[in-house]
Design a protein around this ligand. Structure first.
Ligand code: FES
Length: 159
C-alpha cells in the first residue's frame, strides 16, 4: 500500500458512518496502518491526524500507547521543528533544513547511530517564540540557523 492509498482508506473509513465520533475512527485507522505497513511512521500519523481532524500529538500518543501498534523506532533525541505558519514565516523551514543538513538525514529520518531523529512538526503552542524547536522535552524559542550546531552539541553531537 502506498501512502496515497492509505490516505484514501482512512477517508473511506471516516465517510463510512460506522462510528459516533471522529475520535472513534482513530483506532480503526491505526489498524489500517498496522496491517499494511511494517511500522507506523510519522507520515501515517500525520495523514490520520489530517483526515480525522484530530491533533497530531493525540494520534501519536495513542499510536505509541498501545503495544499492539508497531511504531517507528526513533533516535535517543527527537528534534521537532515547528513549520506551522508563525514558525514558517520566521524561518522554521530553514532551521529544519539546517538540522537535516548537519545530521545528513531528511525530515522523519533517524541518524544511523540512533542518536537523532528530525521531524517537521505542527504548532507546539510556542508561537510567541517562533521559530520553535523541541528536543525531547526541552524547548527552544526564537531559534536562528546559527543556533542549530549549538543545540545539537548540547545533546552530544560531535559534528
Ligand atoms: S506556529 Fe510554531 S509553535 Fe505555533
Amino acid at each position: 500500500m502506498t501512502l496515497e492509498e492509505f490516505r484514501l482508506e482512512v477517508k473511506k473509513l471516516k465517510n463510512s458512518g460506522k462510528y459516533p465520533s471522529r475520535k472513534s475512527y482513530l483506532l480503526p485507522a491505526l489498524w489500517i496502518a498496522e496491517k499494511n505497513f511494517p511500522q507506523i511512521n510519522s507520515e501515517m500519523i500525520k495523514i490520520i491526524a489530517e483526515e480525522l481532524e484530530i491533533p497530531l500529538v493525540e494520534v501519536e500518543e495513542v499510536a505509541r500507547f498501545y503495544a499492539m501498534f508497531h511504531t517507528e523506532r526513533k533516535g535517543n533525541f527527537v528534534i521537532r521543528v515547528c513549520t506551522n505558519l508563525s514558525c514558517m514565516l520566521n524561518g522554521g523551514e530553514e532551521i529544519l533544513k539546517e538540522f537535516c543538513r548537519l545530521l545528513g538525514i531528511s525530515p522523519g529520518e533517524t541518524t544511523p547511530d540512533g542518536m537523532f531523529t528530525v521531524e517537521s512538526y505542527e504548532c507546539m503552542g510556542l508561537c510567541d517564540g517562533a521559530p520553535a524547536v523541541t528536543v525531547n522535552e526541552e524547548r527552544f524559542s526564537k531559534v536562528k540557523v546559527e543556533d542549530v550546531p549549538k543545540i545539537l552539541k548540547k545533546f552530544g553531537w560531535k559534528g
